[in-house]
Design a protein around this ligand. Sequence first.
Ligand code: GLN
Length: 490
Amino acid sequence: MAFSSLTCLQQRLDAGETTAVALAQHYLDRIQKYNPGLNAFVDCNVPHVLAQAGASDAYRATHGARLLEGLPIAVKDIFCTSNGPTQCCSKILHNYHAPYDAHVITRLKEAGAVLVGKTNMDEFAMGSSTETSAFGTCRNPWNTATIPGGSSGGSAAAVAAALTPAAIGTDTGGSIRQPAALCGITGLKPTYGRVSRRGIIAFASSLDQAGPMTQTVRDAAMIGAVISGHDPADATSVADAPRVDWLGACESRDMTGLKIGRPREYFIDGMHDGVRASVDAALEQCRKLGAEIIDVSLPHTKYAVAAYYVIAPSEASANLSRYDAVRFGHRCDSPEDLLDMYTRSRDEGFGEEVKRRILTGAFALSSGYYDAYYLKAQQVRTLIRQDFEHAFEHVDVMATPTSPVPAFRIGEKTDDPLTMYLSDVFTIAVNLAGLPALSQPCGMADDLPVGLQWIAPAWQEGAVLSAAAAYEAATAWHRQHPALFTGDAA
Ligand code: GLN
């Protein structure tokens, strides 16, 4: 049972072969057994999980099943939940209890999902390795000496080790796709505006987007269908977004006539040979399935990381100014006056990387530098979006590597922020352009998973899902699981 997809668990529930309580207990047992070695979960309230599962079984008996009835789902510690702590893996939110559920959480609950707990992440989602978490680093199930990627590393590790069949992450510059790639699972970042950001602790508001992290493409679609849709309480949630046939898109089995763009800027020197070989082989597979592979160019790609590291920290510096120790979160001992309370609480509460972003962002927005940095970065952002628009005049989707390297060793990049920032060279432009993209497993390099990224025009999640579903149906990479955690798989 351990590595069952949501789709398969749903069939078993519908057939009466198992119950929500039995499923919850199964995953709780695995969390108890394996989480100490992984640190994927930072909060798991056993009685609360079992109570939700019991309520779901009762609901099914009286009303029938809702879309995610009885299915266990974990969520990143960035989502506000009215039950239990929401700490964004930061000391500054120590023991914070949110007064309400994020819109995504409400949607999951209304669909009958059983929320199994909060997953580890980089502090405030700033990072690519989950090493900046106030709760300590999370480990990659494929090799526990390596990082699981980030910032949604806990969600990725939890799914990869089958501590939960699915999880939710957020993606500002790659934080769903890069950890999904490094842990050998599927991760979908929807179009910006597809999923409400209400109750998601803000990092960079013009980039943040929530999405599913799962064993299969169809599972991602099942969750996408539930969490997407307009929320009048989030001004950036789009009211009349083109609809997606989430599950229908996953029926696709061949790629006849599909035009796949291969952006030449995404196949660069310095990328790991095993990653390149896996992605080349994946494209060859797509050709066999009937697709046409077309070389395209996204000429401003080389400026994406630089533009992102002006825009995201600028927005973060504004968003994080609310942590003032007045109404909630960490407060320093015996402050001398108000200013001392602000400065000392923030100094104690924020980690190094978060402080680096706040300082960079405040600098980029300061008078005299605004035009040179922030305004320039916004102009570059427009050019990057236009690059995609031009390329999509010739192709339906694009395929690229998700990450230039497989999982690296814990500690390898912590002293070198710029090298860490380069982890997202292939994911960041997609956020700047607001596009949907999905990472799925497509090979192994150095005994670690490699991810294939699909990118589509805005609102065309269906195109991403179709291409990924056809590839998945023809390959077996998504059925590989880390040996350490398969021991007691039923
Ligand atoms: N790694 C990138 C950063 O550190 C992206 C993080 C994210 O998508 N939340 O900002």
